[in-house]
Design a protein. Structure first.
Length: 246
């Protein structure tokens, strides 16, 4: 690599590529490649973490709706609840169930839908060696939760709601475990990046390169300053001589 600098109209080239020999250069490039892979992997991991957080937030809201449906179902199961009361309760339940389907059908990260069953497992590449952590697909639509058409005006089974709550809870637990795995991988990557810098010759080699380059540059600047001063003295001498003959 070369750089061109100028001072006072004079240009000069300074090359410092020769300061690192071939073997050291190979070590440097290997370390840089490893660090680059870890950094890219960490970016992937952060995207994966964002995905799992969005999914968990959506499922948290679905869980709240399911809990509300269960409470309403308990009220409806009371022998003193009239038909009109059950109809009113069912209206509230229908709203909650619509909310569940809306959330499950629209929750997404970028263009990837997260809770409607359309997503296969996603492999997150975590480093330059293509190590992966899998993120499982989830489905929280009413049909897959087993409560589509739940109606307290007819014969109903509250245990169906309990099963739906458990399904979502299990999905959230798996999602949380995968999120923790991603967080741990990101922490590992950051440590590995630090250790790569500390243990490789990159830092020392770059510092040596910079020091030698600066020393070389300083010497060249001094040489150029001498040339500038010499030229200025010559021009002043010429001007003095010219004035003498005027």
């Amino acid at each position: 690599m070369e750089s061109i600098s100028s001072y006072g109209g004079y240009s000069y080239n300074s090359s410092y590529s020769g300061y690192i020999n071939t073997s050291d250069k190979a070590i440097e490039q290997k370390a840089i490649s490893q660090i680059g892979g870890l950094q890219a992997g960490s970016e992937n991991v952060k995207a994966g973490e964002a995905l799992t957080k969005i999914a968990d937030g959506a499922q948290s809201q679905i869980t709240d709706y399911l809990q509300s449906i269960r409470e309403l179902a308990v009220k409806a199961s009371n022998g003193l609840t009239s038909a009109s009361d059950k109809a009113a309760i069912q209206g509230q339940i229908d709203n909650y169930m619509k909310g569940i389907n809306d959330i499950a059908g629209t929750a997404k990260y970028n263009e990837t839908y997260l809770l409607n069953g359309s997503r296969d497992n996603i492999d997150i590449v975590t480093d330059g060696n293509k190590t992966t952590i899998g993120i499982s697909g989830s489905n929280s639509l009413l049909k897959d939760l087993g409560i589509e058409g739940f109606d307290v005006r007819k014969d109903f089974d509250i245990s169906k709601i309990d099963e739906a709550i458990k399904k979502v809870s299990d999905q959230r637990a798996l999602n949380g475990a995968q999120q923790n795995a991603l967080s741990a991988q990101d922490a590992y990557n950051q440590t590995a990046i630090y250790n790569s810098y500390a243990s490789s010759s990159i830092k020392d080699e770059l510092q040596e390169m910079v020091d030698q380059y600066n020393n070389n540059k300083q010497g060249q600047l001094l040489d150029n300053m001498k040339m500038i001063m010499q030229k200025r003295d010559e021009e002043q001498m010429k001007q003095t001589t010219a004035n003498f003959f005027v």
